[in-house]
Design a binder for this molecule. Structure first.
Ligand code: ZN
Length: 66
């Protein structure tokens, strides 16, 4: 039996039962966290946290104060 794996950009999804975990406390954004116990089936699965932050900056046209 091959490894089951899930990928989501919204919330960690249990690879065993498919339970989607809520992340109200921001715990799932900790990149040092490598495993998690499913709230629904109580099985522990490996977890990798990917965070992505971007900034887009645009110059304003009317910045001259001469
Ligand atoms: Zn589960």
């Amino acid at each position: 039996m091959g490894k089951r794996e899930t990928f989501s950009t919204k919330a960690p999804e249990c690879p065993y039962c498919g339970h989607v975990h809520r992340h109200d406390d921001g715990a799932f954004y900790d990149e040092s966290q490598t495993e998690y116990e499913c709230e629904a089936c109580a099985k522990t699965f490996d977890m990798r946290v990917y965070t992505s932050t971007s900034w887009a900056c645009t110059a304003r046209e009317d910045q001259s104060h001469d």
